[in-house]
Design a protein around this ligand. Sequence first.
Ligand code: PEP
Length: 252
Amino acid sequence: MQANRARYVIGNWKMNGSQQHVAAFFDRLSQVELPATEMVVCPPSIYLSQAAQILKPSSQIKLGAQDVSAHPPGAYTGQISASMLIEQGCRYAIVGHSERREYNKETDADVAAKFLAAKLAGLTPILCVGETHAQRLAEQTDKVVVSQLNSILSHHGADVFEGALLAYEPIWAIGTGLTATPEQAQAVHHLLRETIGGYDSSVAARLPILYGGSVKASNAAALFSMPDIDGALVGGASLQAEEFLAICESNK
Ligand code: PEP
């Protein structure tokens, strides 16, 4: 049975899109009756203000950033602070995406600092955790994801997860077309919830935990039927308005 938690579908466009794509995508979404699920789109930050102007603040669709600086405004070339993102109409921020951990060498400590900076400024952080294929084969999945979660949880407690989001994204499933089975994903989601529950069972029970890794309209419903899977963080499939809407539709 599904718990009474908010359900989410979050699109991560990564470094894709253009002004023309932003206009076409959000125009399409504003023409249809939207499914009753929380919908968030994270375009590249340079397009946030264009998207915000099309959407208007009252829109059911909210905007997120793919990253956020751990610092307040100042001498940090190339970075964008949480307050600047909020000014652009942004309400969410992904932190610790595996592509940033890998290509930008972000450590668990960097991710924790970004999570806290986002939270403190009033953005909803979306913390990503997940294992590599080698770690799964070596039966290290549980250890890896709990250690990534603990880099925040063991220092700051469960309270910082109140009003935040958690995403389990097995790295081997991101952009590969391979998806964790609903049972594999459920097992990790359950473990993550239990780990937070060890600190505060009511925060754990309320926390939406999303699955990410090659989610598309054809596999979303089976994932969403699992008791601890409250939605999805969607990469490639979130670039097409119809596909994104179809995934949202299966998460009502
Ligand atoms: C992601 O980038 O977070 C992601 C899950 O990508 P994809 O859906 O393309 O695997």
